[in-house]
Design a protein around this ligand. Structure first.
Ligand code: 0O2
Length: 203
């Protein structure tokens, strides 16, 4: 086998082995959320969770993030320092539902709350809103138990729309209307926020 191909196959195997427990942690949280999605609908009479998406960070994004943080680009360093290798995004209809789902997750899962960032109560200066939980989720081996972080981003449909547009527009290469765009995005965030607050009255 060509040396480059051998190296690539080894790297892919290493990556697959590395992410395996993170995939398990993601599956545990996702399965719990899917159960919750059905049960909340039965109990509160409306759909609380619109959608649940999970992803595992790709090798390129892991390396890019480590480089951005001036850290060694290897999997041991990633395990020590990154808490978003496993990630789940939960989109809800109402802000009330976002907090309800977060509270249930914190109570019910075999997990430790590592960090909670409430960017709904305290939006980022650019207008980004979401509730972020980092849960250390217990992953069992035959004779072992280890906690793996899962970053759970909970947001409403309006917050998701804004974040997706902002990501799409601001990740594009340098643009000369950046300042105007930032101002507009901030205004849109405020408008969406107001619209949601008014819709919340119809909960
Ligand atoms: P990606 O590609 O989505 O994974 P960290 O940056 O994770 O080391 P911090 O400050 O705790 O540390 O993270 P934070 O601010 O809670 O953000 C984590 C994730 O939230 C980001 O991951 C984004 O997915 C999302 N996010 C945060 N701020 C913004 C924002 O202003 N706009 C949008 N669209 N998304 C945001 P990554 O790794 O940056 O990116």
């Amino acid at each position: 086998m060509d040396e480059n191909v051998r190296e690539m196959v080894t790297d892919i195997r290493t990556y697959n082995d590395f992410v395996e427990p993170y995939q398990t942690a993601n599956s545990i949280v996702k399965a719990h959320l899917e159960g919750l999605q059905k049960d909340l609908e039965r109990n509160i009479g409306h759909k609380a969770i619109h959608s649940i998406k999970d992803r595992i960070k790709k090798p390129g994004s892991i390396l890019e993030k480590l480089e951005r943080k001036n850290m060694n680009p290897d999997f041991d360093t990633a395990k020590e320092n990154l808490t978003d290798i496993a990630g789940i995004r939960v989109t809800c209809y109402y802000i009330k539902d976002v907090y309800e789902v977060a509270d249930i997750l914190k109570k019910q899962l075999d997990a430790i709350l590592v960090k909670e960032s409430d960017y709904i109560a305290n939006p980022k200066p650019n207008g980004y809103r979401s509730l972020h939980l980092i849960l250390g989720v217990a992953v069992y081996g035959a004779y072992s138990k280890e906690y793996y972080p899962v970053e759970i981003q909970l947001r409403t449909l309006a917050m998701d729309f804004w974040a997706s547009m902002e990501h799409q527009l601001c990740y594009k290469s340098e643009r000369n209307d950046k300042q105007i765009l930032s101002g507009q995005l901030k205004d849109y965030s405020n408008m969406l926020n107001q619209m949601e607050a008014e819709l919340e009255d119809f909960y």
